[in-house]
Ligand binder design. Structure first.
Ligand SMILES: Nc1ncnc2c1ncn2[C@@H]1O[C@H](COP(=O)(O)OP(=O)(O)O)[C@@H](O)[C@H]1O
Ligand SMILES: [Mg+2]
Length: 288
């Protein structure tokens, strides 16, 4: 976005999200066992892993969702620890998380929801003079809708109510476009999508991709990465990143599966990972 470049360029070298030797427990179970990951503005990282490996836990801890206990390590944004910040303060600093299971918000239209979210992030003090007008927001929204391919009918409806899996994910992409975060985490944005919806969501992500946006794309399956080519790929198994590489790593995984990689690296089958499904399930997984 041209009009935001001025504000962004104040950040020398762009913003960086840094996960450092992060250890996280849920209840008594240690879920993340020392995760290191650096995502810079402008980079697209894919985080892949079997079900239960801790991908959503990582996203949740970075964004400050309750229910997790950080037992070691840190999460830094622009060089400062953010673990003590509330989720909305993290959002105001420029972080964004699209949830794996988007919630329905009956009685609130998409337009109003997005305008509230926009004001909460861009104008946290509620200063009337800085608040965007309804007309101004309409204009901004129109432009973003064109960018990610969302039509008028959808933004007039209540948030996620009666939305198909594909519409929910497209709605998230629109939210991402409107909020213009510096670093965004998309957790299983591809889950439950048929091929047309997947292409539409990937197309939206590709439109938003650029030097101002750092992306962490969390996905079980390789297929979205055929449309959004990541700069870096990381594989999380049993709460640890067991391998990092370029886009070819995703293809390698598609070929050998997580089991193959596990065998190659000599990682024992986790008892807490019984739900781990083979990659081939991708085409039949229509859960959303
Ligand atoms: N709130 C929770 N309560 C209990 N167990 C949880 C909770 N969140 C995650 N877990 C457990 O942590 C592990 C990792 O879960 P998750 O981060 O959702 O994995 P992924 O997103 O990779 O599928 C799983 O074994 C899951 O059952
Ligand atoms: Mg998950």
């Amino acid at each position: 976005m041209a009009e935001t470049n001025g504000a962004r360029s104040q950040v020398a070298n762009g913003s960086t999200l840094e996960v450092r030797d992060l250890r996280v427990a849920v209840g008594d179970a240690e879920i993340l066992r020392g995760v290191d990951l650096v995502v810079r503005q402008g980079e697209v990282h894919a985080l892949m892993g079997p079900n239960g490996s801790g991908k959503s836990t990582l996203a949740g801890v970075v964004m400050g969702r309750p229910g997790y206990r950080v037992t070691g390590g840190d999460v830094l944004y622009q060089g400062e620890s953010i673990l003590a910040l509330t989720p909305d303060n993290r959002a105001r600093r420029g972080l964004f998380l699209a949830f794996q299971y988007p919630v329905e918000v009956p009685g609130v239209s998409v337009v109003n929801f997005l305008r509230s979210a926009y004001n909460a992030v861009k104008n946290p003090d509620g200063d009337e003079s800085k608040s965007i007008s309804a007309l101004g927001f309409r204009k901004l929204l129109k432009e973003k809708m064109g960018l990610v391919g969302v039509d008028d009918d959808m933004v007039r409806r209540y948030v996620n109510q009666g939305f198909s899996g594909g519409e929910k994910k497209r709605m998230e992409t629109l939210q991402l476009a409107v909020l213009e975060p510096e670093i965004a985490i998309l957790d299983e944005t591809d889950s439950g999508l048929d091929i047309d919806a997947l292409k539409a969501v990937a197309g939206g992500i590709n439109q938003l991709r650029g030097p101002d946006l750092g992306l962490l794309l969390i996905t079980h399956y390789q297929r979205i990465l055929e449309y959004v080519t990541p700069d870096h790929v990381h594989v999380l198994i049993g709460g640890r990143i067991v391998r990092s590489g370029g886009p070819e790593l995703a293809r390698e995984l598609e070929a050998k599966g997580y089991e193959g990689l596990r065998a190659e690296l000599g990682i024992a089958e986790d008892t807490d990972d019984a739900t781990s499904a083979p990659m081939e399930r991708a085409t039949t997984d229509r859960g959303g």
